[in-house]
Design a protein around this ligand. Structure first.
Ligand SMILES: Cc1cc2nc3c(=O)[nH]c(=O)nc-3n(C[C@H](O)[C@H](O)[C@H](O)COP(=O)(O)OP(=O)(O)OC[C@H]3O[C@@H](n4cnc5c(N)ncnc54)[C@H](O)[C@@H]3O)c2cc1C
Length: 579
């Protein structure tokens, strides 16, 4: 049984990050949303998770059929208004802010990752149209996408164009004020299904005669079923799902090979200006990357809950006691628990900075929050998904042999979480983004400003309680390692780019560990102040978690810092032919 960790989410939102979390949504409404989302995740989505994995989505000539129960769950999902969260009011949405939306999304992802991907991609399409659509396009498509009656997809990848989208070959030929799109796309999540009445594909394609590379790419609306000017559904468009992939995990999320324009060209509308397609994609990717990043700790939370239950019930060892009594099993569980809390804190902190970027009264502060939020996104995406896998894998270890057997469900989480470090840009691409787009342009000024903020706050912290004292000292030391590594990688980036790129992933992981460590130190101070109050058990558990993070996880930062400062040569100076 999955238990939505509402108290943990509220701790982060209310007591840890604060700020502009409730700029859009009063705290009591937010609490009701979280409670209701928790119920939906536990009672509707979670019961379909294992069966969805076993039975999967099915391709038929007439279209893809979702796994049993998914269509009904989707109907309930839209009837309850969940797709409307954090979309604009004028299109029927409820703009609750990114931090609260991210908290809700964690619940969907923990309960049923395959299901979560459908509304997530619809949300990306909504963001694109809100940002770049014409008023006519917005009026035609947004109300139905916001309500969830129609779903959306992101259609970028082609066999020869994965990380390098400059190689996209799908063509768009002008026809009157519209276009005909022709090409083959692969790996399109929820590219076809019958849960919604229509599917709005956002397709990256090259207008005939446009330059090669990324500058020639434009973004198009390609509906599965054509929509007339009054918004009524008409004929099917020239869009086909030709097959779905057999894959390691997320079996209930159809990963579709799509063919556009086999019968003369799929009718399409251009979004925004020609040649700006990738730029628009990048605007939206921040939201999507945050959403995928939190899949790391969402699955780790689910794996933790299952492992904890198992550890209490599996009798093995000293006098037939439960395995949780073994120090090593206890260690694994504590590491899982504190790591989930650290990743969650980091992801919601990043989301809150993006909320501040919209709500701070001062323009300078808004700009600072935007830079910081955007800098944190590749760290959340890269670190939480990579580390999330390690934590989910620990969950299998707690189960012993039964973790490797499908029956317990622990293995599914590992199979499912594996994709999160690949789609929406692999870990390597996140590290490139962090260095090239976030640190490079301002020579690390935003990162150094964050390092200064963390240092200042940690130096000001004073508590008589031993855990916050320990956490503050350890966190301060780790921020020092991050400062050193940041200076080193920036120097390398300026002098010889490959030396920096050879250690960019360890650097990104270091950022995640240390920034989350700072938030954990803050959590200790909050918890120590409340440890004797009405919720003593909750706060004492929090102190145990922080201590575990500080003693068992954060020390890895020193090793990562050493890799960043001295590990590049082993990569740059070795012969590719000899690997
Ligand atoms: C289940 C699933 C769902 C997906 N859903 C969608 C979807 O809905 N829409 C969509 O458009 N796409 C989707 N994708 C595609 C996904 O985004 C790509 O698979 C991903 O971007 C990686 O591209 P690739 O597979 O071609 O790998 P490649 O680009 O070939 O990468 C292979 C390796 O090389 C590394 N690499 C490549 N370039 C660089 C570089 N410049 N610097 C450093 N390292 C590099 C990568 O990090 C990786 O380790 C999905 C894929 C899967 C498997």
């Amino acid at each position: 049984m999955y238990h939505a960790p509402i108290r943990e989410l509220e701790f982060v939102l209310n007591e840890l990050i604060g700020g502009d979390v409730y700029a859009n949504c009063p705290a009591d409404v937010a609490a009701a949303i979280l409670a209701e989302a928790g119920r939906f995740a536990e009672q509707v989505l979670e019961p379909l998770n294992q069966s969805g994995d076993r039975e999967g989505a099915r391709w038929t000539a007439a279209g893809v059929i979702a796994a049993p129960g998914f269509k009904e769950a989707y109907r309930e999902f839209i009837a309850a208004g969940w797709p409307q969260l954090n979309t604009q009011e004028q299109f029927g949405g409820q703009p609750i802010g990114r931090a609260l939306a991210a908290a809700v999304e964690e619940l969907w992802a923990s309960a049923n990752l395959s299901f979560k991907l459908c509304p997530m991609l619809t949300h990306s399409a909504v963001e694109a149209l809100q940002l770049c659509g014409t008023p006519e396009q917005q009026a035609l498509y947004l109300p139905k996408l916001v309500s969830g009656e129609w779903s959306g997809t992101m259609v970028l990848t082609e066999p020869q164009a994965g990380s390098d989208l400059g190689q996209v070959r799908t063509r768009a030929v002008p026809e009157g004020d519209r276009f005909r799109v022709m090409g083959q796309k692969i790996f399109i999540t929820w590219g076809d299904h019958q849960m919604s009445d229509n599917i709005i594909h956002l397709v990256l394609a090259r207008i005939e005669g446009a330059p090669a590379g990324v500058k020639g790419l434009s973004l198009f609306i390609v509906p599965k079923i054509l929509v007339n000017a009054e918004g009524k559904l008409g004929e099917p468009n020239d869009v086909q799902c030709t097959s779905i992939e057999e894959k390691l995990g997320i079996h209930a999320s159809p990963t579709c090979a799509m063919s556009y324009g086999e019968r003369g060209g799929a009718l399409a509308e251009l979004i925004g200006k020609p040649g700006h397609g990738l730029e628009y994609m990048f605007i939206m990717m921040n939201a999507a990357r945050l959403s995928v990043g939190l899949e790391g700790h969402a699955l780790a939370e689910r794996a933790f809950q299952r492992a904890l239950e198992w550890a209490h019930n599996r009798m093995q060892g000293r006098g037939g006691s439960a395995i949780i009594q073994h120090p090593d099993v206890k260690r694994m569980l504590l590491v899982m628990k504190c790591s989930v809390q650290a990743m969650r804190a980091l992801a919601l902190f990043a989301a809150q900075e993006l909320d501040s970027a919209e709500h701070r009264p001062d323009a300078g502060e808004r700009a600072r929050a935007k830079r910081r939020g955007e800098m944190l996104i590749p760290i959340v995406k890269g670190w939480c998904t990579e580390y999330g896998q390690e934590i989910v894998s620990l969950g299998i270890q707690v189960h012993g042999g039964m973790g490797f057997i499908e029956e317990t469900g622990a293995a599914q989480y590992l199979r499912d979480v594996r994709i999160s470090a690949i789609y929406e840009g692999t870990t390597g691409i996140q590290a490139n983004d962090l260095l090239g787009r976030k640190l490079g342009p301002d020579q690390g000024a935003s990162m150094m400003a964050l390092i200064d903020t963390m240092t200042g706050e940690l130096k000001r912290q004073s508590s008589a309680h031993p855990v916050p004292r320990l956490a503050t000292a350890a966190s301060l030391e780790s921020v020092g390692w991050l400062r050193e590594a940041t200076a080193s990688i920036l120097k390398a980036y300026a002098a010889e780019r490959d030396s920096a790129l050879a250690v960019s992933v360890p650097y990104m992981k270091l950022c995640g560990l240390v920034i989350a460590g700072w938030l954990m130190a803050r959590a200790a101070t909050v918890a120590a102040a409340a440890a004797d109050g009405a919720e003593a058990a909750f706060y004492r558990a929090k102190l145990d978690s922080v201590r575990c993070y500080i003693e068992q996880v954060l020390p890895q930062a020193q090793a990562l810092s050493r890799i960043v400062c001295g590990g590049a040569g082993s990569v740059t100076q070795s012969d590719t032919a000899l690997i």
